[in-house]
Design a protein around this ligand. Sequence first.
Ligand code: AMP
Length: 117
Amino acid sequence: MATEVSDCLFCRIVAGEIPADVVHRSDRVVAFRDVAPQAPVHVLLVPTEHHENAAVLASADAQATAELVTVAALVADAEGLDGHYRLVFNTGTGAGQSVFHTHLHLLGGRSMTWPPG
Ligand code: AMP
């Protein structure tokens, strides 16, 4: 049973209250395309339960945390990324987190530089 926070954007996408381009859905994880893509493929993977960030999710639900990564690999394959992609958890405003429901960014389809901005 998903914990839902009524004013959380990603809880509302998980619940189907706000439209999104969903590419994968399971009991624990929903994946949908980022509305402002930073790469040809930019998908967000979110746990169906509300947790503020990746560390909080990992403490509460190790299985859902692992599933974010395994589903990301499935989506990357389905998108034809051929094993070349980047996974990012922004944690805290200083690191660029703007939505406080754990989400894993899957980025691919172009060459990437390091360090990230
Ligand atoms: P972050 O800045 O790491 O918290 O990432 C939040 C991401 O959510 C950003 O990349 C936004 O472009 C994306 N985003 C915001 N609103 C939506 C939406 N309604 N549907 C899909 N992606 C969204």
